[in-house]
Design a protein around this ligand. Structure first.
Ligand code: ADP
Ligand code: ADP
Length: 222
């Protein structure tokens, strides 16, 4: 999919200033830049949640805002994940499958598989309040992945966590992506995080993309 000439203004403030970006299928692309540079606005645009003032986000040639929300097929994880407090981990992860009325046996198998992938097998009957921050974000990822989205959008998913947990989750996200290959866009202001997990990094500043490349292209890494 691709972003073509995206423009977005809030009043006089230009949040996206003619942004174009290719997001190859199966890639893990990081949007890296300081706070206020337009990363979240771009991510929401990719999700079809922003009305742009110009340009478009194209999925297989179609404008994402013209694709019906049910067919958009996007999983979203935010920094502060809004889990259902009154539902167990298992029920939270199963949520998207249950509203799609999948058969119970399929839901059970899928949830077991997802909890295994995110390392929460022993935590099924806990409630979100009984999880650590890192466990909660892994639950959020399991829930987003449950319905097999074609695109996974992550907005500073580890931003609220301490440094050690963030580092563990980066390694884990990289492995997850190597297994599942879902096209992923990760918003971060943390250069190390982008370098550790992304195949491609788009560096944003003041509503523009300044550079795009592999970690090696951009930062001369060994
Ligand atoms: P980033 O994710 O890089 O921190 P954002 O995309 O969240 O940047 O925001 C870019 C700029 O647009 C910020 O200066 C922010 O204050 C402004 N902005 C974002 N959303 C809105 C909104 N709904 N109304 C007004 N200004 C907004
Ligand atoms: P390209 O490989 O040229 O980048 P795309 O990524 O635009 O192609 O699309 C690849 C396939 O994935 C298309 O068949 C498209 O319909 C599907 N697809 C990609 N993203 C989504 C999405 N968010 N929702 C629904 N289908 C998607």
């Amino acid at each position: 999919m691709s972003v073509r000439g995206a423009r977005k203004q809030y009043g006089d403030f230009v949040a996206l200033d003619d942004v174009s970006l290719d997001i190859p299928s199966g890639s893990l692309t990081a949007l890296l830049g300081p706070s206020g540079s337009g990363k979240s606005t771009l991510l929401r645009s990719i999700a079809g949640l922003e009305e742009l003032d110009g340009g478009a986000v194209l999925i297989a040639g179609d404008d994402v805002t013209r694709v019906s929300p049910q067919k958009r097929d996007i999983g979203f994880v935010f920094q502060h994940y809004a889990a259902f407090k009154h539902l167990t981990v298992r029920k939270n992860v199963a949520f998207g499958l249950e509203i799609r009325k999948r058969p119970k046996s399929e839901i059970d198998d899928r949830v077991d598989q997802l909890l295994d992938i995110v390392g929460l097998t022993g935590f099924q009957t806990r409630f979100p309040a009984q999880l650590s921050g890192g466990q909660r974000q892994r639950m959020a990822l399991a829930r987003a992945l449950a319905v097999d989205p074609r695109v996974l959008l992550l907005d500073e998913p580890f931003g609220a966590l301490d440094a050690k947990v963030r580092a563990d989750l980066r390694t884990w996200l990289r492995r997850l992506h190597d297994d599942v290959h879902v096209t992923t866009v990760l918003v971060t202001h943390d250069q190390q995080e982008a370098l550790d997990v992304a195949d491609r990094i788009a560096v944003m500043n003041a509503g523009r993309i300044e550079q795009v490349g592999t970690p090696r292209d951009l930062y001369d890494r060994p």
